[in-house]
Design a binder for this molecule. Structure first.
Ligand code: SF4
Length: 407
């Protein structure tokens, strides 16, 4: 495990527009950084490499960059065939800035997942360390010594984070409500029909309580993910592509049990610290480690948050987070057409249901585990690095390839 200090959980929860944290929010933030650092540049050229070049059109990377630069002219070049070994990260951008025709800036910036960026040769932009503990095991040990809950550990280290989490929860609710009302097809040309409203109606009217639960959780996950796919406002959790999992389970719990907002904020804190442990020791980027790093991480976060809401302890939280991730291992990233729609939207619903199952299982099996959460995080990262690049957000393999080749 790395010995870097962990940054704020606000890096896990960013409020912005979809459909992809690494392909729209990250490039947009990188463009803004260039404008701030080089205010004299009157023209930019941005070259996209790796996953950004292969799926950036479907994800809207060019639009995110152009919108950020606004009136400043910006040329975008696509370089999908560059040797991945020559790149510092699968999501690399080269920004060249010009002032009166002369090149005055030449910087490579990586979009490292969840909307975070890193300038080549520099520390992560948000790497000011807040948390001394960087593994779940060391955090749990700290909490045990001070008889502290996991959410209290977050509030102890980040006294001001509750305000951000309230804004996060407000946006998550708003995204779901908007998504449940919307109808029609999603943009991008795949003609994917919005299904959140159908699922909600079917679930609401269902007399079978088990089915009702499954359909409503799915409806909430679809609502967030469909909003994301249509460039609506959402919250990364930990990414845009996986933005449906955590809000779905929290919203369902709120509708059913009406916990007060402080309980939801505590659950978000638990989800956030789980996400940060994954991000610090492995990755939350589909381009780096496949969908197990996105939806798998979201599953762990949601499972831990559910345990917190149910008043379960540290061992249940760890067990649920571990279970949720363990059964996402090997999950590939193969978005059809480079859009965050197929398989992404369904996958969020399945992820939310898996998080529910993991939290429930943890109530019984938490006390006899053989695998730690930290171990499964490392396993996810090792597995991700072993995945062929065609399964890491390049749309060159899996469903993306089959769909394209279908007669
Ligand atoms: S397959 Fe998973 S990781 Fe890939 S774009 Fe879709 S949600 Fe993101």
């Amino acid at each position: 495990m790395t010995d870097a200090r962990m940054s704020s959980i606000s890096d896990i929860f960013r409020i912005g527009r979809g459909p992809s944290s690494s392909h729209t929010i990250g490039p947009g933030r990188a463009s803004l950084l260039m404008m701030e650092r080089y205010p004299d540049c009157d023209r930019f050229r941005v070259t996209l490499y790796g996953s950004l070049a292969k799926t950036g059109r479907g994800h809207g990377t060019d639009r995110a960059i152009a919108e950020t630069f606004g009136d400043i002219p910006c040329e975008i070049l696509w370089e999908p065939d560059t040797d991945p070994g020559s790149l510092p990260h699968p999501n690399t951008m080269r920004f060249e800035g010009f002032t009166s025709g002369e090149k005055t800036a030449d910087v490579r910036i990586m979009s490292i997942g969840g909307g975070a960026i890193q300038v080549e040769g520099e520390e992560r932009e948000e790497s000011s360390g807040i948390y001394s503990e960087t593994t779940f095991g060391s955090i749990a040990e700290f909490c045990r010594q001070d008889s502290m809950s996991l959410s209290d550990y977050v509030f102890y280290n980040e006294p001001g984070i509750k305000e951000h989490l309230r804004a996060v929860w407000a946006q998550m609710r708003s995204t779901i409500i908007h998504g449940l009302e919307a109808e029609g097809t999603l943009p991008g040309g795949l003609e994917v029909k919005r299904r959140a409203k159908d699922l909600y109606i079917y679930g609401s009217r269902n007399r079978d309580l088990v089915k009702k639960e499954r359909f409503l959780i799915s409806a909430y996950a679809y609502a967030s993910s469909e909003e994301n796919a249509s460039t609506g406002m959402m919250v990364t959790a930990p990414t845009c592509g996986a933005c449906g999992v955590l809000p779905a389970v929290l919203y369902y719990e709120q509708q059913l049990f009406a916990p007060d907002e402080e309980q939801i904020i505590s659950a978000l804190a638990v989800a956030g610290i789980i996400g940060q442990v994954i991000r610090t020791n492995a990755s939350v980027s589909g381009a780096q480690a496949g969908c197990q790093a996105e939806v798998g991480s979201a599953c762990s976060m949601a499972a831990g948050a559910l345990c917190s809401l149910r008043g379960l302890g540290m061992e249940n939280i760890e067990c649920a987070a571990e279970l949720a991730m363990e059964h996402c291992l090997g999950l590939t990233c193969d978005p059809v057409g480079g859009l965050v729609q197929i398989p992404c939207i369904e996958r969020n619903a399945v992820g939310a249901l898996r998080a529910y199952d993991a939290a429930s299982l943890s109530e019984v099996i938490f006390d006899n585990r053989k695998v730690s959460f930290d171990d499964v995080v490392l396993t996810m990262y090792e597995t991700g690095k072993d995945l062929s690049s065609i399964y890491r957000e390049t749309s060159e393999g899996g469903l993306a390839r089959l769909y394209v080749n279908k007669p």
